[in-house]
Design a protein around this ligand. Structure first.
Ligand SMILES: [Zn+2]
Length: 423
């Protein structure tokens, strides 16, 4: 009985312990584990770079063509608008001529009647005129003149009608041009978005190539030093240098800030940035908190990459999306993970540094004070987690998963005030 009791305690403890163990079922075999894998990754990146360059050129060409067309449309539109003005001026002129002719007609009628009151004038004429043939002559002339004027007025009226029709045609053309112009403007916006890197944390392929090349050089030295085969797992090779080279184990993930609010979830989202609508897939979870607050490593591990966007910006003038970034590798219950922390105001760790979940790695940024970061609108830390190891941003992102699977975080918009327990 006593033994059974003891046994059940052991079972209970095992159950309690196992409930703490986080090994998600989606964990797959990590890619790039040996020097050879790194070399393959480099080749793939170079190929991707060639392709992207070709695509970039094509996109740039398309943008240039669209801009050309927009410029041509503007000129054409201006011409058409001038044509409309001309047609309108002609209509005004013709209307003026018609009214002149109408006035002429009135004069002719007056001449013919010799007074403004028809029959009276005729009678008056009969009584006063001494030369009847003069009257007949006047009538004939008047008739001819009015016929002539009438046909002129008809001509003018027809011309006005023609001009009105032309004007309508030209207006239609202008409307078509405006529609085409709108289409082109939309296309330019879309293509320009393709050309710009607004994905949170994304690096250019050139940067990724440089990063992998640097890593290969480091590993080449290490592989040579420990006499490892090219295909040997780099961690196994590293371990030849002693236990201290291994990742410090951990059992759980902790929220990287002590307090905050979930401001953006993992997944598809739409948002407004610099007045323009964007939609993307958010590969992490955003934790909003005050600027300057400490950011901790989410678990025990080793810093594998530090990207100092501030110094890059000061050197090159190029600002990036995601700002200062830190990547840390972890061994949680035997499974390899990488965590990423973006939009940091400051960085407090170095590559190779062993950290615990209590190590302050940097401080929260993401405001306009981080002038080197072009895609954050408020103080927050972007926390992203992936299986495997860190090679490049693209690789990290393709291995990323919803942090909620390993991290206890409240729902969107909700706050927390410590690093692990229920909020
Ligand atoms: Zn984010």
């Amino acid at each position: 009985m006593k033994l059974l009791k003891k046994f059940s305690y052991v079972i209970l403890i095992i159950l309690l312990l196992s409930s703490q163990v986080v090994i998600p079922d989606f964990v797959e075999e990590a890619s790039a584990q040996s020097l050879k894998d790194y070399r393959t990754t480099l080749e793939e990146l170079k190929q991707k770079y060639e392709e992207s360059q070709d695509k970039k050129e094509l996109t740039e060409e398309e943008v240039a063509q669209a801009r050309d067309e927009v410029a041509k449309i503007a000129i054409e539109k201006e011409k058409l608008e001038e044509e409309i003005e001309k047609l309108e001026a002609e209509i005004v002129q013709l209307e003026k001529q018609i009214s002149e002719k109408n006035k002429d007609m009135e004069d002719i009628i007056r001449y013919y009647q010799l007074s403004s009151t028809g029959e009276d004038a005729y009678l008056e004429y009969l009584f006063t005129s001494t030369d009847f043939t003069d009257f007949i002559y006047r009538m004939a002339i008047a008739e001819q003149l009015s016929d002539y004027n009438n046909s002129l007025i008809d001509d003018y009226t027809n011309l006005i009608k023609e001009n009105e029709e032309k004007k309508e045609e030209v207006s239609k053309k202008i409307m078509q041009l405006e529609k085409k112009n709108k289409e082109l403007e939309d296309k330019i916006i879309e293509l320009s978005a393709e050309l710009s890197t607004t994905i949170e944390g994304a690096e250019t392929i050139e940067d990724e190539i440089a990063r992998v090349e640097k890593k290969i050089k480091e590993y080449e030295k290490m592989y040579e030093f420990y006499k490892c085969e090219e295909t040997m797992d780099y961690e196994a090779c590293e371990a030849k240098g002693g236990e201290s080279n291994l990742l410090p184990p951990g059992t759980a993930f902790y929220r990287p800030v002590v307090s905050g609010r979930v401001s953006s979830n993992w997944g598809s989202r739409s948002f407004i940035l610099n007045g323009r609508p964007y939609s993307d897939f958010h590969y992490g979870i955003d934790l909003a908190t005050s600027h300057g607050k400490n950011v901790y490593s989410a678990a025990n591990g080793k810093v594998v990459e530090v990207i100092n966007a501030k110094s890059q910006y000061n050197k090159t003038g190029k600002n990036v999306c995601g700002g200062n970034k830190i990547y840390i590798e972890h061994n949680i219950n035997g499974v390899r993970y990488v965590t990423g922390y973006f939009h940091l105001a400051t960085i407090k760790v170095k590559v190779g540094q062993v950290v615990s979940y209590e190590t302050v790695i940097g401080t929260v940024g993401g405001t306009s004070a981080e002038y080197w970061d072009n895609c954050s609108t408020g103080a927050h830390v972007h926390f992203q987690v992936a299986t495997g190891r860190f090679i490049t941003y693209s690789n990290f992102t393709s291995n990323s998963f919803n942090p909620r699977k390993v991290l206890n975080v409240p729902s969107l918009g909700k706050s927390f005030s410590n690093r692990q327990t229920k909020y």
